[in-house]
Design a protein around this ligand. Sequence first.
Ligand code: UD2
Ligand code: MN
Length: 353
Amino acid sequence: MFLARTDKRFFFLCLAASQFLFILFLYRRGVSSVFQGVFGARPQWDYSKTQDVYTNLSLFIPDPETVRTQYCPITSPILVGPLSIALTKAPNLKKIQLKNRYVTPGGYFSPRHCFGRYRTAVIIPHRNRESHLRTLLYYLHPFLQRQQLHYAIFVVHQAGNATFNRAKLLNIGVREALRYDDWDCLILHDVDLIPENDYNLYICDEYYPKHLSSAMDKFQYSLPYWTYFGGVSAVTPDQFMKMNGFPNTYWGWGGEDDDIAMRIRLSGMSMTRTPLSMGRYKMIPHDRDSGNEENSHRHNQLRSTRKMWRDDGMNSLDFRLLSREKTQLYTNITVDIGEAPVMPTEPSRWRLF
Ligand code: UD2
Ligand code: MN
């Protein structure tokens, strides 16, 4: 039967409306769920069923007789997905060491039965957060071992009481970490963020900087805004140098993450992200630290990123190294990074800082 012209119109209108509703239905859990729904990828993770982060690691106790002959598989066979995380009490260092017997001084690890396919350096900016650091080390070491990475952990410690400078510490961490090994991937990691899913691999995207902490509990497991790049990210040394590293001039809390997001674009790259379903993190609850007060210049600074990024970064990095020390669970780098300059009110003069 042929439909009358008005019936036809009504029919197509209904069809379009139902398709629109269907897309809205898929979209309610984020863009990645549309692809998963349509292309039949991995089902949503069930975060009510979690496993201990040390599960199965004992399967990889090295046999002294065995000689490594092969690379580890591309995807580690012992990943478990959602992990149990308890943030009540930070474990002591002794306990963490006992649980991670194959981590060598400096916080190094290399899979024993196969050659690690990826070389990853984790860099953590730090001051006065010892209990957070212990919690992170407790969860991160087994997490990285499950992924069968060749890795090391570097903690960059800002000495003194001057205003904190997260991005400058990360620049220093990169420069220092590259003295130790030829890393494929640099993971820039807040001390208080614990990954909840071990399929969130700590390896880099071949082409673009990657944001790993796409879904944090403090933002109800969604992105606070589209260009957000705070928390945990992964860049190759080449990508890092291409954007001249991070800015050195953001003293105190805020703004540096948005500057980083802008320099990615300004240097001709884009940003990739772990899908929200996997990029989940718990942040250890905390108040704002003293010495890390809000940076009141950040909005003005962000207006001049376009002019500044080529001059402010790895090529202008200067600091005083106070010590390099290999502790059992990480390499500690203590630095004097100076003090926040008194900012002139005229933004065109900021180039001098
Ligand atoms: C958010 C971002 C963070 C950064 C910051 C603004 C999240 C989860 N993270 O963190 O990436 O963009 O805003 O600067 O949204 N730290 C110390 N000692 C201090 C102060 C800071 O170790 O006294 C380090 C530590 O690694 C910490 C990080 O700096 O995780 C960021 O500082 P924060 O945790 O106080 O700021 P937060 O949670 O708002
Ligand atoms: Mn925090």
